[in-house]
Design a protein around this ligand. Sequence first.
Ligand code: FES
Ligand SMILES: [Fe+2]
Length: 422
Amino acid sequence: MDKETVEVLVRTGPGTRMGNLMRRYWVPVLLCSEIAEPDCAPVRVRILGERLLAFRDSSGRPGLIDEFCAHRGASLFLGRNEEGGIRCSYHGWKYDVTGQCVELPSVPALACKMKLAAYPCIERGDIVWAYMGPPDRQPAPPELEWCMLPPTHRYVSKRFQRTGWLQALEGGIDTTHASWVHRYELDHDPMHKHAYANKYIKADRNAVFDLEESPHGLTIFGRRNGEAGSHYWRITQWIFPWFTLIPPFGPHALGGHIWVPIDDENCWAWSINFLPDRPLPEEELQAMKEGKGIHVKYIPGSFLPLANPGNDWLVDRGAQKALRSFSGVEGFSIQDASLQESMGPMQDYSKEHLVSTDKPIAMARRMLARAARALEQGVEPPALDPVSQRVRAASVLLDHGVKADDWAREALRSLETPVFSI
Ligand code: FES
Ligand SMILES: [Fe+2]
């Protein structure tokens, strides 16, 4: 990738091209449960390189405002969240969820002139989302399938990852790696075991890829050997700019991720499991909460994974030798995170060698760079229409005669069809 394109893709702060593109979408910011109640403790949020403060006011409205007081710049993290706003503890200036200063005790008449940067928020799918772009371009709220389900049908978690957002996203659309780093996990993880898919994934490590540009982003077709007369297809969806939907495993909950920049060298990796038509079974929900499947175990009281670069991701050479874990690292998400973090916080793109199985990565980069550059010319970004976001991934055997792209256009671009998961 040329240097200029790398710069377009990895820089997401205010005024950057990718930053401008991302700010045209609703940005997943934090879990609703992090600001669980009216007047609860505020939470410092770093997102797209901006230092912000999330809080919930007395009437329950979520707010996301500049972290620092307009008076002398003290952090409002130390403020008091009370009676409709957050009051700076230094000299008592108070701000509401729109960032408006509503009390300035020493010079009351000045309050109306003081306003902090603030972004409108919505709550959907257990997540507080903010819109950080031009006010006149605010899109309709997201309608990804998991967002629209009752809370009982879904589990959402997030973890801190020490890499830029792009190399994390690229892990999400690189479905070949399931045959390698995850191969031993497939048989015993509670959210993956007993799926027919595992047999094909393990038997054929050389998936062949086809791609289709779609209204939502990219549909990625990974073809492996199936039964006599059929291919096994893992069909992944990448939804602009940061959502992925994972091809499912047998009867287990469907899954997806969101990869959101904290700054250019750190990101939030969100992991979501959901069932379209029923509550998550208690046993699987419990396993998710314990960090199984695509979720992780944390350092208590934080979103920092217990296995992290500081402890070599708890690599277990015994497990590696005994074929319990391919890399010796435990758990799907930490297996991914460890390899991505091992590349450094920002991969040296000048040294990589992409091959044919990296087609989805190369294509996603091209599409992102194209959309970011086009936005500068006034071209509207893709997938802002919520209808385009209502797609599914699939794991399916298709007869040799069936064209997978034709099949997917019928079967996966609507949520009215059955789930295809083996
Ligand atoms: S610094 Fe916040 S009120 Fe003075
Ligand atoms: Fe993975």
